[in-house]
Design a binder for this molecule. Structure first.
Ligand code: GRF
Length: 209
């Protein structure tokens, strides 16, 4: 069973999910702490949040490498220097390659109820489809786009008059709590993966007792 005390969090934007993890991990009983924050671009609020919290940061830009494979190796090597138990992609807008996925468990968060609306525009796509309920998904990353085993999901209503920004903010309020709850439980209780099924701690997984 894996445990997740040391977190490396990867961000590409505002970093409010990162902030929620930083805030939660200020309490030692949370069971996990952010030991480094990585990004694929400079000048983002997520890096400022890390620095304010006294957490080391690194940036690995795809454009600085001759090939995607070179970037994949470089970011995996940088992550490895912080010896994480779990990597959390929290609004990280790049697909991680085998060098990272083979070395560490990677948790991802997505603003839709997978397998509906994967990809970079999950909120926009759900709105365009006219769904009445969407939500967020915390899942383990695999080599696909938002295809990994699901850890947790929560529904969020779509309200009349919602635009993408309003709906995304409503989803993110739930998403931050879901991410913090599940990273904490994974850290404290451990988890196992069997095929597509993730089990945290001694959760029964639906069997009768
Ligand atoms: C989240 O909704 C995440 O799922 C999506 O982008 C958003 C990132 O928000 N990919 P933040 O940077 O954590 O504020």
């Amino acid at each position: 069973m894996s445990k997740a005390g040391r977190l490396v969090v990867l961000v590409s934007g505002s970093g409010t999910n990162l902030q929620a993890l930083l805030d939660a991990s200020a309490d030692p009983s949370y069971g996990a702490r952010v030991v480094a924050v990585g990004a694929d671009r400079e000048g983002i609020e997520g890096l400022v949040r890390a620095t304010k919290a006294g957490v080391p940061t690194f940036v690995e830009k795809l454009g600085d490498y001759a090939t995607r494979a070179d970037w994949d190796r470089a970011i995996a090597a940088k992550i490895a220097t912080y010896e994480p138990d779990l990597v959390v992609a929290a609004g990280f807008m790049k697909i991680l390659g085998a060098p990272t996925l083979d070395a560490f468990p990677v948790l991802n968060t997505h603003p839709a109820l997978l397998p509906s609306f994967p990809g970079a525009h999950g909120v926009r796509d759900a709105l365009a489809h006219g769904v009445k309920v969407t939500g967020c998904t915390v899942m383990l990353a695999d080599e696909g786009i938002d295809t990994g085993p699901i850890v947790a999901q929560e529904a969020v209503p779509v309200l009349p008059g919602d635009d993408e920004a309003a709906l995304h903010e409503r989803i993110k309020t739930v998403e931050r709590r879901l991410l913090v709850e599940n990273v904490g439980r994974m850290a404290r209780e451990g988890w196992t993966v069997s095929g597509r099924h993730v089990r945290i701690g001694n959760q029964s997984g639906g069997e009768s007792t």
